[in-house]
Every structure is written in structure tokens, then in C-alpha cells.
Design a protein around this ligand. Structure first.
Ligand code: 5GP
Ligand code: MG
Ligand code: MG
Length: 174
């Protein structure tokens, strides 16, 4: 089993998740909140986050994957999309990481076309240096340097999602 030195430890993660959930709880008091997690990467962050949010909410998911076609365009494939509960609702999209921005831009526009009452985005990690398209992000866990990371839901070839911390992936110590 690959064990890297944490870039972000389990303790730092849990502290940050509680802070984000606290802010979200205040912002969404008396709202019609639906938290939508983008799978698979957000599953661990999502489940930790929602258990600390103290305002009533519903949950749903989007299953999507993306790949970069060239430097200026990304292809986002959507396998599952919520069928109801978007129009008139206060939607909070939750993702593991924002990198180029293509995935969240595409998903954000699709949700907006369904007339939610409001739409905000929460990401666990932000790799700002790599951004190609602009996406407004309302809640950010950690800003990280331009390194490929795994753990806490994020994978390398579907592995390492179960690590409770974030580490930089290095092929040679796999
Ligand atoms: P985007 O480039 O569209 O902003 O991000 C697309 C997806 O690429 C993310 O949701 C995530 O699944 C994946 N990704 C981007 N950077 C990393 C990284 O450092 N590690 C891992 N495991 N996945 C990443
Ligand atoms: Mg993702
Ligand atoms: Mg992945």
C-alpha cells in the first residue's frame, strides 16, 4: 500500500470541513437547500461536510467524468443527473477539486438552465494555477500548488480514494 507524507493531514481536513459546514449552516438558514455532490471524487468530503451542516437539507448527486481534449477545451461526460428538485431550490454543488474549471463550468451552466433559486459552489481543493476557464467558487477548503494529489476521495487510476488525508502522488513509491 502506498503511503505518502500528507500534504494535508486528517486533522487539518476535519477542522476545515467543520469550519466550512459552520459557514454554510449560517448562509443557508431558512433556505431550501439541496446539496449536490459530484461523484466519484467528492464522496468523502461530501459525506463529512453534510454531517456538520446544521440546517435542513436534501442530498443528490451528479456522476460525471472529464478529460482534456486540448489546452482550451475539456469534455465533460455526465452519467447521472438529478431529475427533480432543482427548479426553485437553493443548490450547493460540492466537488473534490477545481483544476482547469471545465467540469464545474459545464455542470454549473446545466444547473443554471434549470432555474434554481440560487446556486453556489463548494470545493475541497483549489489548484488556482491550472485554471483555464473562470468559475465562481463560494467555499474553498484548501488552495494547493500544481501537483497531482490523491486521497480523501481523489484517485490515481481509481486507487487511493480511501486515504483519510491528501498526499502528492508519486509513481515511483506506488
Ligand atoms: P477540472 O480540470 O475540470 O477543473 O477538474 C476535473 C477533475 O479532474 C476533478 O474533479 C478531479 O476529479 C480531477 N483532478 C484534477 N486535479 C486532480 C488532482 O490533483 N488529483 C486527482 N486525483 N484528480 C484531479
Ligand atoms: Mg471531480
Ligand atoms: Mg479521477
Amino acid at each position: 500500500m502506498f503511503i505518502g507524507t500528507p500534504l494535508i493531514t486528517e486533522e487539518q481536513i476535519q477542522k476545515k470541513v467543520k469550519e466550512l459546514a459552520y459557514k454554510i449552516s449560517l448562509d443557508y438558514a431558512n433556505k431550501d437547500l439541496v446539496v449536490i455532490g459530484i461523484l466519484k471524487g467528492s464522496f468523502m468530503f461530501f459525506s463529512d461536510l453534510i454531517r456538520y451542516i446544521q440546517t435542513p437539507l436534501k442530498v443528490d448527486f451528479i456522476i460525471a467524468s472529464s478529460y482534456i481534449k486540448d489546452k482550451s477545451s475539456g469534455e465533460v461526460k455526465i452519467y447521472y443527473f438529478p431529475k427533480e428538485e432543482i427548479q426553485g431550490k437553493d443548490i450547493l454543488l460540492v466537488d473534490d477539486i477545481i483544476d482547469t474549471g471545465f467540469s464545474l463550468k459545464t455542470i454549473r451552466e446545466k444547473i443554471l438552465s434549470m432555474n434554481p433559486s440560487s446556486l453556489k459552489i463548494c470545493v475541497f481543493l483549489d489548484k488556482t494555477e491550472r485554471r483555464i476557464v473562470d468559475v465562481p467558487v463560494d467555499y474553498i477548503g484548501f488552495k494547493i500548488p500544481n501537483k497531482f494529489v490523491v486521497g480523501y476521495g481523489l484517485d490515481y487510476q481509481e486507487m487511493f480514494r480511501n486515504l483519510p488525508y491528501i498526499t502528492v502522488f508519486k509513481k515511483e513509491i506506488k
